[in-house]
Design a protein around this ligand. Structure first.
Ligand code: ZN
Ligand code: ZN
Length: 104
C-alpha cells in the first residue's frame, strides 16, 4: 500500500499496487473524484521529483553534459531540473578538433 498526493485537492490517496508494479496506474481521488495518473517504477518509491521551475515558465538550469569521449559532448547541455537537453552549435567540436582528438 502506497500513498500519493492528489494533484487536484492535495489529499493523500492510498493506491494498491504490488511491489513489482511498473508503469502508469490511473487512480481516482475519493475526495474530489478526479482522475490522475501515478507513475511507478519497480523498486523505486513513488517519489515526486523536485520542483522544476522550467516546466512552469522558468528558465532551464543548463549544465554541461558529461560523458566519454568528452569531445563528443562539447556544446551539449542538460537541464538540472528536467529532462531537457540542448546543443549549442557554435560550441560543438569541429572537424579539426576531432582530428586532433584522434591524433591525425
Ligand atoms: Zn483529490
Ligand atoms: Zn528544465
Amino acid at each position: 500500500m502506497e500513498e500519493v498526493k492528489c494533484p487536484y485537492c492535495r489529499e493523500y490517496v492510498e493506491i494498491n499496487v504490488d511491489d513489482h508494479y511498473e508503469g502508469t496506474e490511473e487512480c481516482e481521488c475519493p475526495k474530489c473524484e478526479k482522475f490522475f495518473e501515478v507513475f511507478a517504477e519497480a523498486y523505486i518509491s513513488y517519489s515526486v521529483s523536485d520542483k522544476a521551475d522550467c516546466l512552469n515558465g522558468g528558465e532551464h538550469k543548463w549544465r554541461q553534459q558529461i560523458g566519454s569521449p568528452d569531445i563528443h559532448f562539447k556544446g551539449k547541455y542538460l537541464c538540472n531540473d528536467c529532462t531537457a537537453t540542448k546543443t549549442v552549435e557554435s560550441e560543438i567540436a569541429t572537424k579539426e578538433e576531432w582530428d586532433i582528438y584522434f591524433g591525425r
